[in-house]
Design a binder for this molecule. Structure first.
Ligand code: SAH
Length: 363
């Protein structure tokens, strides 16, 4: 933070906007998150947010069970690797790998992680893991068992807004002078001047003035690469995040700091900026790439279908003094008022691998 109460990144954004004009929301979000994640471990009670793997070991265990079941049905290929995107503290991987090893699957571990601070934490939790800057450098010659929890929501979204004059990119501008020294009021949203109609899909072309849509080029690129790899290398992927399975409009940009929502423009680099994941768009990309099995459901439904109830009972029976804690974690993960409905589980498999468990059969 600088003396004015603004973050250093806010100062440099302000300088940039003063000289070059408003900047796209996607750039603001991308640079904020790169700064945010690079230097800290934001997870857990003492940090900014808590994720499912930290709520309970049951979460990673269900992921491990799902993967090992698929692997067994695929004929137990010995060279399959475990890959995770944005593994946080490595908690999910540790819990999933414990279950997998118990069933005879001992995969090499490959982690795609951008943050030096989190790589250090992950290296300690998962000795021997290989690190990657990007999904593109994962091994090309073996089946992939890929997992990502709350990774895609951190990738920058581009926002497009329908104005009287047509579609425009949503930008970040400087607030009028009189509010510029109020922390949090320094930046405001504005519509860009360049026509963006060509970037809008058929579905939204005729939407009324004021409609806002989001696209996530990073998630789209990751899905295209993943789809190509699953069909050529074989394997399966499980992507879990808050988002929607059907197309929808509206801004979902939000910022979280110390477990509370804050103004997304107020503290660039000091708050976690996220957007809902558009699984409908990701499904379309995978489908166009020829992925044979694609499925999605809610986190609550999926965890229920793969047997979290039985696991919760077993944990409680083994440690009755923890029964209440286990029941609370179970509820938090599956209940519709909590994470159960908001979070979606999206899965795909290809290259001769079978469909995964826990999803309704495809129509
Ligand atoms: N999956 C973990 C952590 C979620 S937080 C959990 O469920 O607890 C988001 C994770 O993605 C962090 O590890 C963060 O450093 C990483 N990340 C965010 N943007 C990234 C990017 N562009 N490239 C690589 N990793 C990124």
């Amino acid at each position: 933070m600088s003396g004015s109460g603004r973050t250093d990144l806010a100062e440099s954004f302000a300088r940039l906007i003063r000289s070059d004009g408003p900047m796209p929301v996607a750039r603001f979000m991308g640079e904020s998150n790169a700064r945010y994640y690079a230097a800290r471990d934001p997870l857990g009670a003492a940090g900014d947010f808590v994720t499912a793997p930290d709520i309970s070991q049951m979460f990673g265990e269900m992921v491990g069970l799902w993967l090992v079941d698929l692997w067994v049905r695929a004929g137990r290929p010995a060279d399959a690797i475990y890959a995770e995107l944005g593994p946080g503290r490595g908690t999910l991987a540790r819990d999933a790998l414990r279950v997998m090893r118990g069933q005879g699957l001992e995969p090499q571990v490959h982690l795609v992680e951008g943050s030096p601070a989190l790589r250090k934490v992950q290296g300690e939790a998962l000795p021997g893991a290989a690190f990657h800057d990007d999904i593109a450098s994962l091994p090309e010659d073996r089946p992939l068992l890929l997992v990502a929890n709350e990774f895609l929501d951190a990738l920058p979204v581009r926002q497009l807004v329908r104005t009287e004059a047509g579609w425009r990119e949503r930008m970040v501008a400087l607030a009028p002078e009189d509010t510029a020294d109020v922390p949090g009021a320094a930046f405001v949203f504005t519509a860009g001047t360049q026509p963006m109609d060509a970037a809008v899909s058929e579905r939204w072309r005729g939407a009324p003035v004021g409609t806002l849509i989001e696209t996530c080029p990073g998630a789209a690129a990751a899905m295209a690469e993943l789809a190509r790899r699953l069909t050529t290398q074989g394997g399966a992927a499980l992507l879990i995040d808050y988002g929607h399975l059907a197309p929808r409009a509206g801004s979902t940009l939000q910022a979280v700091r110390a477990h509370a929502k804050v103004d997304p423009l107020a503290l660039p680099g000091e708050a976690d900026l996220t957007a809902h994941v558009d699984f409908a768009m990701l499904a379309e990309i995978a489908q166009n790439a020829g992925v044979p099995w694609i499925a999605g459901t809610t986190q609550g439904a999926w965890l229920g279908a793969v047997g979290i109830e039985a696991r919760a009972q077993a944990l409680s029976a083994r440690a009755p003094e923890r029964a209440e804690e286990v029941a609370a974690a179970h509820r938090r993960l599956v209940h519709g008022d909590d994470m159960g409905d908001l979070f979606k589980v999206f899965a795909l498999s290809g290259g001769g691998w079978p469909p995964g468990a826990g999803f309704a059969p495809q129509a």
